[in-house]
Structure formats: structure tokens, C-alpha cells
Design a protein around this ligand. Structure first.
Ligand code: NDP
Ligand code: MG
Length: 416
């Protein structure tokens, strides 16, 4: 049974609190989600102003964005990159440049900020995303790794801070659109029987395990439907992304993995479905373009133009469905197990981040990714982390374990 514990986090009076422009921070502005967010914001200058954009160390990309959008502030998490950016900006630029990780936290919690788009990739986004939750922002959550790693710590921060948590991941945004908002505080009354989480299957759908051994980072990053950053592209190829999304849905919609079925739908037109006790199944459809969920997160409970072309069902013609192949892609099964272990998803996420970085760097084979994760889940014992320090400590232990495992796999490969 799905209950709607997320709904108390929703505040309906967003656009009713006067006509002020909403001040928006885009964490991870140089990335795929960040750029799509800037595109949507740019279409609605009458509703939103760009307060701050952030990046890690992509100075050239950031310079282009600062010149194009002239935000109040630009933050580079890497202090050297901040210095470089400041030196490249014309003297008359209205944008203030800040540097360092604390600056990310400061901008996400600044009192004048209304909306924070959390689009940093990976665990690195946890602190600023949590800060936005603690300070009661409208929090648009793309950075799923932050939520699944910190779990109850994250949800408690959202509750205590009075934040409005809106899912940007296309599947969760679809679920959010298909579960009635009037079930607030009365979870049973929503009548939901099952959530159907769709997966594209990634670029290697249909391959056997042995056909995956020699695949390259370029092949793994060539997603058939979505244009995304490299890390999430690899996660989609291993199906680990679906495991993260399973945990994400459990937190957002207060349910268990048993309440959710994963369905492979190669066209990525249906973004997820919700089945009700009366037999009705509601789905959200659309072209695979992240500007749709981003626009919905920005404007909810209203709707605004996202710049997305209309869905043409006749040219789509066919919608296919199949079960996921857990033998070829064991990462999803590993996540199903990890969700039930205290701290398991934090360990899984950390090991995966290390393994994916090693794969992209040519240090680990594609099928080594699940090997490293399985090993970390076996070896890193944990309790459910109760605060941020405990989450970070567990993440570090899992990373160290994964590094060691990769080192060993490399040594064995060389026959040492
Ligand atoms: P990208 O790799 O395209 O962008 C990542 C962004 O994070 C960049 O701005 C990057 O800056 C910044 N960043 C990277 N490392 C750090 C760090 N250590 N500290 C601060 N900032 C950092 O990622 P995506 O846009 O694809 O994904 C972002 C998040 O959204 C991920 O959590 C992903 O799972 C989620 N998501 C993405 C979807 C998509 O379609 N892309 C769909 C659903 C969810 P720099 O450029 O300087 O490195
Ligand atoms: Mg998704």
C-alpha cells in the first residue's frame, strides 16, 4: 500500500504569496539537468529570476552561462576554478563569483532564495541539497544520490525545515502527477495498489552477461532515448539507476520495494504508471525531454510552457513492455537487497560512484561495476545512519572498500 507521506511537504500557496519573482538557485548548472533548467527559466522571466548558478570546475562552460544569463552569483565548488572564472569576467559584470564547497551550502540556504534545483551529480550534492531542505526551500530534486544515501536523515530535514520536495527524476515526477494530491494525510484513501516504475533498459538491453564484458564507456554513454551526463548514462546501462530510483520512490512515496514493479519500456514515452485498487492505471506520457518534469517542478501546482515538442503518438506507433533481465544486469537486484539493509543504499551508492568513475577511466570493466558493489555490500557493515556525519562516515568506508576491490581486480587481471 502506498501512502502519501510526502504530501505534507507540499505547500500550495507558492504563486499565491504575492506576485514577486521567484529567486532560483541552480546547483550543477553546467550539467545536463542544469542546462535544461536554465532553458525553462529563460522562457519565464516574468516568474523567475536566476539568483545563483553553480558548477564544479568547468570554467569555460560557466563563463558562457554567466555572460548569457547574468545571475546575481556564480559559485565554483573548486576554489581555483572560482579564481579563474573571476579573472575572465569583464570588470562591469554584475555577477559575483564565489568559490568552495561551503559557498554551495550558503547559496542553497540563503534567506532570499525561494527555489533550489538540486542537479549536482552524486553524493557531492548532498550537503547543499540538505541545506535547501533544512531551510524550507521549494526543492526540485534531480540529485537522487543525495536522497538515497541519506534516506531518513534527508526526509527528516525536509520535514523539519518545511521544504516543498518535488521530484524531477522523470519517473517520480510521473508518479507524482498520477497520485492524487487530495490524499494528503490520508494515505489509504488514495487507493493506490502498485507503482509501475518504467525503465528504458539502456543501450545494452537484450544482451547477455557475456556480451557485456567488453563494452566501452562510449557505448555505455550512448543512451538510445535520453541525453544525460556520463555518470547517470552508465547507471542506466547497468540498471543501477533503476535501483537508485526504486529507493528514491520508496522515500518519496513512503512505500516498500514490494509496492513497486519495474517494467522495461524501451521507447521512454510512458514515464511511469500508478495502478489503483479499482483496476484503473494512470500513466504520464511525454517525449523524453527533462524540461517537462523541470517545468512542472518549477510551476506546480500550475503548468507552464517547457519548450517540449508535442507528443506525436502516430509517429511513436508502438509502446513495448518487458521484464528486466536481472541475470544480465544484477545491479537492480543488488539495489533491491540493499534497500532492506540498514545503510545499504548509502554503501551501494558510494561503491557505484567509485566503480563508475573507474569504468569511465578505463580502470574497470563494465561487469566489474556490480562486482565492486556486491563486494562492498557484503563487507561494509552498517547501521542506519542517524545524522549527516554518520552518512558521510559510511559513504567514506564504502568508497575505501570499493577502491581496494578495484585495485585487487586490476592486480588479478594482470596475474600479479
Ligand atoms: P552532469 O554530469 O551533466 O552535470 C553534473 C553537474 O554537477 C555539473 O554542473 C558539474 O559541474 C556539477 N558537479 C560535478 N561534481 C561536482 C562536485 N564535486 N561539486 C559540485 N558540483 C559538481 O549530470 P546530470 O545533469 O546528468 O545529472 C545531475 C543529477 O540529476 C544526477 O544526480 C542525476 O542522477 C540526476 N538526473 C539526471 C537526469 C538527466 O537526464 N541528466 C535525469 C534524472 C536525474 P562541472 O561541469 O564543473 O563538472
Ligand atoms: Mg529517471
Amino acid at each position: 500500500m502506498v501512502c502519501a507521506q510526502r504530501l505534507p511537504f507540499l505547500h500550495w500557496d507558492y504563486f499565491l504569496q504575492g506576485t514577486d519573482l521567484k529567486q532560483v538557485v541552480v546547483l550543477g548548472a553546467t550539467g545536463s539537468i542544469g542546462l535544461s533548467t536554465l532553458d525553462v527559466l529563460n522562457r519565464h522571466a516574468d516568474r523567475f529570476t536566476l539568483h545563483t548558478i553553480t558548477a564544479y570546475r568547468s570554467v569555460k562552460k560557466m563563463l558562457e552561462l554567466v555572460l548569457a544569463y547574468e545571475p546575481v552569483q556564480a559559485v565554483m565548488a573548486c576554489p581555483d576554478a572560482a579564481e579563474q572564472l573571476a579573472s575572465l569576467l569583464p570588470a562591469q559584470s554584475p555577477t559575483r563569483v564565489l568559490g568552495g564547497e561551503q559557498a554551495l551550502v550558503d547559496v542553497a540556504s540563503a534567506s532570499e532564495v525561494d527555489v533550489v534545483m538540486a542537479a549536482i551529480v552524486g553524493f557531492a550534492g548532498l550537503r547543499p541539497t540538505l541545506a535547501a531542505a533544512e531551510h524550507g526551500k521549494r526543492l526540485l530534486l534531480a540529485n537522487k544520490e543525495a536522497l538515497v544515501s541519506a534516506g531518513s536523515v534527508f526526509m527528516e530535514a525536509t520535514r523539519a525545515g518545511g521544504a516543498t520536495l518535488l521530484p524531477i527524476d522523470s519517473e517520480h515526477n510521473a508518479m507524482f502527477q498520477c497520485i492524487p494530491a487530495n490524499s494528503q494525510g490520508r494515505p489509504q484513501s488514495a487507493g493506490v495498489e502498485k507503482i509501475l516504475l518504467t525503465a528504458s533498459g539502456g543501450p545494452f538491453r537484450g544482451r547477455s552477461r557475456s556480451q557485456l564484458v567488453a563494452v566501452t564507456p562510449e557505448q555505455a554513454c550512448a543512451h538510445p532515448n535520453w541525453s544525460m551526463g556520463r555518470k547517470i548514462s552508465v547507471d542506466s546501462a547497468t540498471l543501477l539507476n533503476k535501483g537508485l530510483e526504486l529507493a528514491e520512490a520508496c522515500w518519496l512515496f513512503d512505500c516498500t520495494p514490494d509496492d513497486i514493479d519495474v517494467v522495461v519500456h524501451p521507447q521512454s514515452i510512458i514515464h511511469s504508471l500508478v495502478r489503483y485498487h479499482d483496476g484503473s492505471v494512470l500513466a504520464q506520457l511525454g517525449n523524453p525531454d527533462m524540461r517537462t518534469p523541470i517545468a512542472y517542478g518549477l510551476s506546480w501546482p500550475e503548468r507552464i510552457d517547457a519548450g517540449v515538442s508535442p507528443l506525436d503518438l502516430v509517429s511513436v506507433a508502438k509502446l513495448d513492455f518487458e521484464a528486466p533481465d536481472l541475470d544480465a544486469f544484477p545491479c537492480l537486484r543488488l539495489a533491491q537487497e540493499a534497500i532492506t539493509q540498514p545503510g545499504g543504499m548509502c554503501v551501494l551508492n558510494a561503491a557505484n560512484e567509485v566503480a563508475v568513475a573507474a569504468f569511465l577511466d578505463g580502470q574497470l570493466g563494465f561487469t566489474g561495476i556490480d562486482n565492486v558493489i556486491a563486494h562492498a555490500l557484503e563487507e561494509v557493515s552498517s547501521r542506519e545512519p542517524e545524522n549527516l556525519a554518520a552518512v558521510e562516515a559510511l559513504d567514506s568506508r564504502a568508497r575505501a572498500n570499493a577502491e581496494e576491490r578495484i585495485h585487487k581486480l586490476k592486480r588479478d587481471r594482470r596475474g600479479v
